[in-house]
Design a protein around this ligand. Sequence first.
Ligand code: 5RP
Length: 248
Amino acid sequence: YSTLHRSPIRYIHVKMLSLEEQAKKNAAYKAVDENFPENAKVIGVGSGSTVVYVAERLGQLPNKSDFVCIPTGFQLKQLIISNGLNLGSIEQFPDVDIAFDGADECDESLNLIKGGGACLFQEKLVAGSAKKFVVVADFRKKSAALGVQWTKGVPIEIVPNSYAKVTADLTRMGASKVILRQGGSAKAGPVITDNNNFLLDADFGKIEDPKLLHAQIKALVGVVETGLFTNMAKKAYFGETDGAVSTW
Ligand code: 5RP
């Protein structure tokens, strides 16, 4: 027995979440609760700080041993394992029943900017393989139009040695700023994606036609994928500041 065990005082550890964290959790829990398909076998789980709560909720399901989860990056691979879920890959399970993922920005037509966490290719691969794709986010991600709330630019995955050419192409196309994403310190150099590629962030301001812009960027030699997700999401859940969850 330690003195703590004998102490009459009981310490209760309550994890206080910030407004944003609580909003993410509320959105993720509700999205899973309302959309998890009966008898689902393959679940895609995206990347970022909101899907942490998707993995947490999936890990609370009584039938969690009956389905396999497909991550879109290293972060979720770890979380799938730590939540006691079955881990699979998109190569093994290309038919995904449902995918949940976060977004950097979402408009009312469910066009998205994604890739703030550098996982956009895997995210698009998994979302594009899913019968249903559901977005989970907090109130800050709702936007009247893409490029308004998220001002860091459209994330674009490119083959490394094409960065100068694609940067020039994007500038000609009207991007006011194109940045080769860096790894966080002067020494780190460019961010390397899970596919060994580089990322550009191209600022096009307010994006009037996300589908057209995606098609134009995708057509450039050197571009692997863009962070513009159009005609993919079926529903979006947003945790609000008052604890409610709204949907688009
Ligand atoms: C990663 C992504 C994320 O889904 C996006 O950045 C949102 O992340 P968060 O849930 O942390 O706000 O696209 O590439």
